[in-house]
Design a protein around this ligand. Structure first.
Ligand code: UDX
Ligand code: ADP
Length: 459
């Protein structure tokens, strides 16, 4: 099928950057991204591209280049669905917060609504592409909804999981390690492969059956998260011996079978994918009665929760067992650098724990708004929004955030933190001045020379 028009449902962290790159690389195809969230679409259409709803290095430039030419953002969902030959479903699939599978299974409500919407509106044949991360066999559900519409429209369903990482989304999209397309219809697979083929070499475009494609996405994220939990487990052991986790990571990473990437010990992984996908994997394994498989993967999450908890426990015990009434400055709130995304960020859980110990928290993050910080804490429902507002203050100047603080906790590895005038910071803080470096980005000797009581992960 020749594709002239693409519709993408969901203008989020996946849909936005992915479609921007597809539009840039396929100027003859009209790409329309639709969303039910009017505010979000308005932000994508903001003349000033620094106001886009998502921050990703390189994204604003591509949007500026393609928007209004062959890339459009709209709330007219039905119109875009009807006109397109290919529709990407790129909506959120959060962990269920109610009913069966609560806290474990993916909530497919939004995906199902999309499928029903497509079924209702479509008058011509469509290729429907699952882009959101979904449990294995979701394509079957989408297929069943689409094929029971009573109309004679033909739908081909493809699974095309996204492997981009936030903060490097544009780079990852422009030169992906691989593109994965799972499907039954060879024609549909080739139509999508052609779109990617305009910039991705053919030998990097893998074709599989739908189920392998769906499961590969969950597996890739589970393996990546497992590496982080593995090195974080070793970091705790390092703290009790005289080993240094950076040295251990370097030594094992030089084994080409292990490789050097994704071995940075940290306060624990965050982000919208890892935890959700592993919980999903665990839930699916349990539902087939595969308890050993489920327990094995669940341990990755248990260790991650432990890592976050022991960071805040350590901070409290170091501050003479009380943080009550003390100002703790948190540098970074995003779940990693170069993004404004805070979903599942370790900072949220560490802050929540410290707040329960009556700390006052000052937050500085170069890309995260105060509104987001407050929303993240309110979402946990640990205390009222008024209490959160009283105890947590966001600053736009890092030097103001740390002034008179008893301790600094580094939560995100933003590059700018390394370039601060740490001597000036030391002078403005309460003494003894503590730094808890949750990302191992500062130099211990330098910090000690200035006068800080400095601790990091795994050393
Ligand atoms: C991840 C996958 O990498 C990506 O392929 C998939 O499409 C979506 O999920 P993302 O969550 O955006 O991407 O970021 P990633 O770089 O994987 O980092 C996830 C978390 O792990 C972050 O909190 C990061 O700080 C942490 N991390 C990463 C570590 O703690 N140590 C590391 O060595 C690497
Ligand atoms: P992701 O990281 O997977 O891209 P986001 O939450 O950033 O997740 O984006 C998903 C987007 O999908 C949100 O902007 C949400 O409003 C949108 N969305 C959810 N359900 C629908 C729907 N039925 N129709 C259109 N848009 C939807």
């Amino acid at each position: 099928m020749k594709i002239n028009k693409i519709c993408c449902i969901g203008a989020g962290y996946v849909g936005g950057p992915t479609m921007a790159v597809i539009a840039k690389k396929n100027p003859e195809i009209q790409v329309t991204i639709v969303d039910i969230n009017e505010e979000r679409i308005a932000a994508w259409n903001d003349e000033d591209v620094s106001n886009l709803p998502i921050y990703e290095p390189g994204l604003a430039e591509i949007v500026e280049e393609t928007r209004g030419k062959n890339l459009f953002f709209s709330t007219e969902i039905n119109k875009a669905i009807d006109e397109a030959e290919m529709i990407f479903i790129s909506v959120n699939t959060p962990t269920k917060t109610y009913g069966k599978g609560k806290g474990m299974a993916a909530d497919l409500k939004y995906v199902e609504l999309c499928a029903r919407n497509i079924a209702e509106v479509a008058t011509t044949d469509k290729i429907v592409v699952e882009k959101s991360t979904l449990p294995v066999r979701t394509a079957q559900a989408i297929k069943s909804i689409l094929h029971n519409t009573g109309s004679d429209v033909n739908f081909s369903i493809l699974s095309n999981p996204e492997f981009l990482a936030e903060g490097t989304a544009i780079e990852d999209l422009l030169s992906p390690d691989r593109v994965l397309i799972g499907g039954e219809s060879e024609d549909a697979i080739e139509s999508l492969a052609n779109i990617y083929g305009s910039w991705v070499p053919q030998d990097r475009i893998l074709r599989t059956n739908v189920w392998s494609s769906e499961l590969s996405k969950l597996t890739a994220n589970a393996f990546l998260a497992q590496r982080i939990s593995s090195i974080n487990a070793i970091s705790e052991l390092c703290e009790h011996t005289e080993a240094n986790v950076n040295e251990v990571a370097r030594a094992i990473g030089m084994d080409s079978r292990i490789g050097p990437k994704f071995l940075n010990a940290s306060i624990g992984f965050g982000g919208s994918c890892f935890q959700k996908d592993i919980l999903n994997l665990v839930y699916i394994a349990r539902s087939y009665g595969l308890n050993q498989v489920a327990d094995y993967w669940e341990q990755v999450i248990i260790l991650n929760d432990h890592q976050k908890r022991r960071f805040s426990d350590n901070l409290i015990s170091t501050l003479y067992n009380t943080v009550s009434g003390k100002k703790i400055a948190m540098l970074g709130w995003a779940f990693k650098k170069d993004t404004n995304d805070t979903r599942e960020s370790a900072a949220i859980y560490v802050a929540d724990h410290l707040l329960s110990e009556q700390a006052n928290i000052a937050v500085y993050d170069p890309k995260v708004s105060d509104k987001k910080v407050q929303n993240d804490l309110n979402y946990l429902n640990t205390r009222t929004s008024e209490e959160n507002r009283d105890l947590v203050t966001s600053y736009s100047d890092p030097y103001e955030a740390v002034k008179d603080a008893h301790a600094i906790a580094i939560m995100t590895e933003w590059d700018e933190f390394k370039t601060y005038d740490w001597k000036k910071i030391y002078e403005s803080m309460k003494k003894p001045a503590f730094i808890f470096d949750g990302r191992n980005i500062l130099n211990k000797e330098e910090m000690n020379d200035i006068g800080f009581e400095y601790s990091s992960i795994g050393k």
